[in-house]
Design a protein around this ligand. Structure first.
Ligand code: SF4
Ligand code: FES
Length: 248
């Protein structure tokens, strides 16, 4: 496959960026999207040019670092798929592909396609944990958890913190991420003691980081590579209102 890439280049968040065109020739349809970028970078390095900076780690859809906007869609055209799991067979020979970083004020550009997602870490630090009691390891069956609760919690825990939901939202809202991270603990008995504090603190941290409000457009759910449901936002809103009432 021969492709024309239009890629966002930017030195840092203090300097303006611009699109630069590159040719990607002899690309195998079986390559992943990141392998295609590796090939382009090898060519740039051979020519003595600066390679394109992009984030990645596991390349298995687990770590959540590989986010980029491909032809206007966070993580590209294939549903429920991270950029690293997207393959070139989903594009056409001769196609032009525009590649941009996440665009949201709380995610400043570090370089090219790499953004700083540490705002998510600070939201997690505000409440995305449970207290660990010291002492012997409790028996695995000591706290029975109904299967529907375990399944629901696991669905929420599938969130990999990639930030696509923020990038896709016209308000740069992080509600889907925060709802997933709060819910996966709030649903389980181990998360109940800190349930109110967790939801109040995580929502406060989310607001302080500058993420916008949810207007239930559903763009977040549509691009989420882990198919996190909007229902978790409703659940978090209910938990938040109850916590406000109990702590008034
Ligand atoms: S909710 Fe989905 S899109 Fe948002 S951070 Fe989690 S995995 Fe990524
Ligand atoms: S590189 Fe880890 S999810 Fe894509």
């Amino acid at each position: 496959m021969n492709l024309t890439l239009r890629i966002w280049r930017q030195n840092n968040s203090d300097t303006p960026g611009q699109f630069v065109d590159y040719k990607a020739d002899d690309i195998s349809p079986d390559m992943s999207f990141l392998e295609m970028l590796d090939i382009v970078n090898e060519g740039l390095i051979k020519r003595g040019e600066e390679p394109i900076a992009f984030d990645h780690d596991c390349r298995e859809g687990i770590c959540g670092t590989c986010g980029m906007v491909i032809n206007g869609t966070a993580h590209g055209p294939l549903g429920a798929t991270t950029t690293c799991q997207l393959h070139m067979r989903h594009f056409r020979d001769g196609q032009s592909i525009t590649i941009e970083p996440w665009r949201a004020r709380p995610f400043p550009v570090i370089k090219d396609l790499v953004v700083d997602r540490s705002a998510f870490d600070r939201v997690i630090q505000a409440g995305g944990y449970i207290s660990v009691r010291t002492g012997g390891t409790p028996d695995g069956n000591a706290i029975p958890i109904p299967k529907p609760d375990a399944d629901l919690s696991m669905d929420a825990a599938a969130c990999i913190g990639c930030g696509a939901c923020v990038a896709a939202c016209k308000n740069a809202s992080a509600m889907l991420f925060v709802a997933a991270k709060a819910s996966h603990l709030n649903i389980l008995p181990q998360g109940k003691p800190e349930k109110d504090r967790r939801v109040l603190n995580m929502v406060r941290a989310m607001d302080e980081e500058g993420f916008g409000n949810c207007t239930v457009m559903g763009s977040c759910e549509a691009v989420c590579p882990k198919e996190i449901s909007l229902d978790f936002i409703s659940r978090m809103n209910r938990d938040y209102l109850k916590a406000l009432w109990r702590n008034r």
